[in-house]
Write a protein that binds this ligand. Structure first.
Ligand code: HEM
Length: 429
């Protein structure tokens, strides 16, 4: 097989494959091992693909500066997600997530967050046990569907049907359980297609109920207006697929990040007390720190047209068809002394207070750098801050896990998922 040329050619990690193509128990550990042997820039050939990994400070900084037209994040993401999601969800989208996160939308979102928290706390009742990541996942569905799902999407039976369907569809499985993607391919994504039909039906019903409710469902109305020129059937389908892709994207990181924030606060009573007392600024830096530590993301760009990347000791010419990548778990907690511990004091608002020990600021990433920085960062931080603050202020919480929850070993992408149950005892205050 002829693979895309890279010149000069960095060393090849011959023993390593990517987890979609071969059995790799812990892909992050395997790539860390390759880096130890081969240095900061090396190549992995896997299946039909060639990856150029770089962890060199100059290389990582250059990575975030690559032009989308030549080295595409959108195509790299699509190539990963399509292992799990049916093609139909990608084709012909008219509203993309970026278009829902304007400055003026944050206030709207926060109102939905508060209502979703009311509903979640009512479900919890006065006392009992919850699993941290189950709770935050359901909350993530509720907040997202309240924000962009249209009338009725975040309550009653429609909410339960949509939450179940999105749990089946779950595009994040492509990077949380890459080892399971061969089985998904073998079924022709049958269960995912069935779940997408449920989603289409439920959003179709929400669309029928929209007239007269546009102000409370401004984002859903924004999505529908993009289809106003099409016949009703086509518009209904188009709206449903637009909203489905937005919701899938929103479930990639946010609920897991909130889960780790809750875990981190529960194991640090001093910080929990500050957040409980209403210190929102402190809650926000706790959120940033929990995300930094839990990042398990692969950042990838698929080369569409020949591109050069400077990694410090070489300038590599990379041909179309290769993927250029870096991995946050190999830099976020180790690129400078002291990054291995959870410490909200390292943040000054949304920036590192003192990045001087880092050879490049890009070596620590929470929401990304450069042109692809997460458009949902303000929404996500506000949501995490509001949700964690209200949770700890409303309940006495006691961890019921024996060991600290660990990330899923197979995961390569997104914020870590917990590999096992993460139970907490609670009682309303
Ligand atoms: C705590 C939660 C979140 C974290 C940690 C996070 C992290 C990130 C990171 C690191 C990137 C840059 C990736 C790269 O350069 O390759 C990114 C981009 C993106 N995120 Fe988020 N994200 C979060 C929540 C969300 C939510 C709720 C949405 C809603 C749909 C979202 C939508 C996107 C989109 C569309 C991009 C691509 C932007 C572009 O290519 O220009 N994210 N996110």
């Amino acid at each position: 097989m002829e693979r895309p040329a890279i010149s000069p050619m960095p060393p090849i990690a011959a023993a390593v494959g990517m987890p979609w193509d071969s059995e790799v128990d812990d892909p992050i550990a395997a790539l860390a091992e390759a880096r130890r042997h081969l240095g900061d820039t090396f190549v992995v050939d896997s299946g039909e693909d060639r990856y150029l990994f770089t962890f060199a400070p100059v290389g990582v900084a250059a990575f975030y500066g690559l032009a989308e037209e030549r080295a595409s994040k959108a195509v790299a993401d699509w190539r990963m997600l399509r292992r799990k999601l049916p093609d139909e969800i990608f084709a012909g989208r008219r509203t993309l997530p970026h278009q829902l996160f304007g400055r003026d939308d944050v206030a709207d979102y926060l109102a939905h967050v508060e209502k979703a928290l009311d509903a979640s706390f009512e479900e919890l009742g006065p006392a009992g046990h919850f699993d941290v990541f189950d709770l935050t996942r359901r909350l993530g569905h509720r907040i997202g569907l309240a924000s962009w799902g249209g009338p009725g999407a975040a309550s009653g039976e429609r909410f339960d049907r949509l939450a179940d369907a999105f749990d089946t569809l779950d595009g994040a499985e492509s990077f949380v359980h890459p080892d399971a993607m061969a089985a998904v391919a073998a079924t022709g994504k049958a269960v995912e297609r069935a779940a997408l039909e449920v989603v289409a039906r439920e959003f179709g019903a929400a669309l029928d109920e929209l007239p007269g409710h546009e102000p409370e469902h401004a984002l859903f109305a924004r999505v529908t207006s993009a289809w106003a020129d099409r016949p009703a059937d086509e518009a209904g389908r188009g709206v449903a697929m637009d909203v489905a892709l937005i919701h899938v994207a929103s479930m990639s990181n946010l609920f897991a990040a909130l889960g780790w924030m809750v875990v981190d606060l529960l194991t640090r009573p001093d910080e929990l007390a500050r957040v409980r007392d209403g210190d929102r600024a402190r809650a926000e830096v706790c959120a940033l720190e929990s995300i930094r530590m839990a990042q398990r993301s692969i950042m990838a760009r698929y080369v569409m047209a020949p591109v050069a990347i400077d990694v410090g000791d070489a300038l590599h010419e990379v041909s179309a068809g290769a993927t250029i990548a870096t991995l946050l778990p190999l830099t976020n907690t180790s690129a400078a002394p002291g990054l291995g511990s959870w410490d909200p004091d390292r943040w000054n608002r949304r920036r590192l207070a003192d990045p001087s020990a880092l050879a490049a600021v890009e070596l620590v990433t929470v929401f990304g750098h450069g042109r692809h920085t997460c458009p949902a960062q303000p929404f996500s931080l506000s949501t995490m801050t509001a949700a964690a603050s209200r949770l700890v202020a409303s309940f006495d919480l006691e961890p019921a896990w024996t060991d600290r929850p660990r990330p899923v070993r197979a995961q390569i992408g997104g914020v870590a998922r917990a590999s096992g149950p993460c139970p907490v005892r609670y009682r309303r205050r």
